[in-house]
Design a protein around this ligand. Structure first.
Ligand code: BTN
Length: 274
């Protein structure tokens, strides 16, 4: 089969289907509201702004995002027929309970991508999904204190996966890959993929997040794409060089530096050597 032939009759060209997503989620134990939009600025923004939908869990998927957002103010390029979706959960817990959630979601996304054939999927802390050092997927998590109660939190988890890109992929200014290059003809239907990822993520978020992150820390090496490497960490504008030594119990990046071991809860990591 010609992998560059976008006219193929594979099921991966099927439009997103809200009913199939909701129904598979239900089968997998998650009862959620699903909205599929042909075009939207950003599925994260849409869920943050359309807070009138009071369902405990709402998933918004889009065929195309015009201003997809990435971490640290970056843009997420969202060509037509990609995998771009966000999940909003209203949780009766304070925002501090969700520290480390981005790593947990990254690990769950990796698990699902490994299950469908991306067996080398790893995480560059905190949650860039890489295959052979090339970016396959990214996650943007945004939280807000609920309007109704200070001890409650609204969590929006946005996931973008490079699914099957055309020549425009060259426009993306980072080393990236897509699922079609990895899975070929076994590329799964997007609605099914979204439902499987969403179900894993929702179950984790309604569970004990701090405990799950603590458990993840002990098996972080299964996911760690930057294990034991010389890196530079950019944290709030300050650059710190050191060697990575995994994560702590709440998901912070551990770095051995000239000034001893340091921990970072939020930062950008650049690898100095491999
Ligand atoms: C990153 O790698 O910087 C994170 C990318 C996150 C992209 C997803 S696509 C769905 C959701 N909507 C957005 O605007 N961003 C996230």
């Amino acid at each position: 089969m010609n992998r560059n032939n976008n006219e193929s009759s594979d099921n991966n060209s099927a439009p997103l289907n809200a009913q199939s997503i909701a129904s598979l989620c239900r089968t997998l134990g998650c009862d959620i509201d699903v909205v599929v939009l042909p075009t939207v600025g950003s599925t994260n923004t849409w869920l943050l702004e359309n807070n009138n939908i009071t369902a405990a869990v709402t998933l918004c998927a889009a065929e195309h995002q015009t201003i997809g957002r990435g971490r640290r103010g970056r843009t997420w390029h969202s060509p037509h027929s990609g995998v771009t979706f966000s999940i909003r959960l209203h949780r009766p817990e304070p925002v501090t309970r969700f520290q480390g959630l981005s790593l947990l979601v990254g690990a769950l996304l990796c698990d699902q991508l490994r299950d469908i054939g991306a067996s080398d999927a790893m995480l560059k802390w905190p949650n860039d999904v890489l295959v052979n050092h090339a970016k396959l997927a990214g996650i943007l998590i945004e939280t807000s204190i609920s309007a109704s109660a200070e001890s409650a939190t609204t969590v929006v988890i946005g996931i973008g996966i490079n699914y099957r890109r055309g020549p425009e992929a060259q426009l993306i200014d980072q080393n990236s890959t897509d699922l079609y290059q990895i899975c070929g003809a076994k590329l799964p239907d997007r609605s099914e993929l979204i439902a499987r990822i969403a179900s894993r993520v929702i179950k984790a978020v309604v569970g004990d997040v701090p405990l799950a992150v603590e458990n993840l820390a002990s098996r972080w090496s299964d996911y760690d794409a930057i294990a034991d490497l010389e890196v530079v960490v950019d944290s709030a504008g300050a650059q710190v060089a050191g060697r990575t030594v995994g994560i702590d119990a709440i998901g912070g990046l551990l770095l051995d530096t000239d000034n001893g071991r340091q921990v970072f809860s939020s930062a950008e990591v650049s690898v100095r050597s491999r």
